[in-house]
Ligand binder design. Sequence first.
Ligand code: PXP
Length: 244
Amino acid sequence: MEGIRTVTRLSVNLNKVALIRNARGENLPDLVQVAKDCEAFGAEGITVHPRPDERHVRFADLAALKDVVTTEFNIEGNPTRGFLDEVLRCQPHQCTLVPDAPAALTSDGGWDTLVHAGFLKEVTAELQAKGIRVSLFIDPDPSQVEGAMQAGADRVELYTGNYAREYDSDPEGAIRGHVACAAEAARLGIGLNAGHDLNLFNLRYYCNAIPNLAEVSIGHALICDALYYGLANTVRMYRRLLLD
Ligand code: PXP
């Protein structure tokens, strides 16, 4: 796709930080302080994904994070009634709806926006009525972008797990569906996010191929990199890949 490249924002997913905190039952590391520090180091958003078992971020963390995040606060998750009530109470800037099973290790695929059209439309309207931007997590298939638009979503988040797995052996094949979705999103006027398994090696190629990419949310690899490079350096390293 031709055109001027959007500046892609980096939203740091703090689930792994919460996982370490929860391992000892106290408040170390302090999630709120880490959120503030990520922003100070250059992150343009903070993402959390509270799961039903609260093994990472807990619903009780949301209000404190909302109070300190000065960039963009994104809450992801499966829109059960309980999840939606928490999100509506917290009023983040964005809510990303993800169809992950309660026991899933991590999200491993997007919505079928055509099959779940009625439900997604209802939930999207409910969140938007509170001023919350809605993004639907989808697999990189242009028909799913169209379905998301029909559901009234503001954005889609493309699942990049398979891209990341295939990138080493076949980068062109790995990116193909994402490029098609980006073109479809531009045509339909719907915003585009991406996330899952993005890292220091596969991120630049992805962003260069997707000029209208508004935001990436990155957690696992970024926190692992921070063990070696430190959090400040790591956030800057990821941002540099997005800016170049
Ligand atoms: N996007 C969604 C919808 C996710 O569920 C996750 C993982 O919580 C991510 C992005 C970030 O993935 P990763 O931790 O692999 O960077």
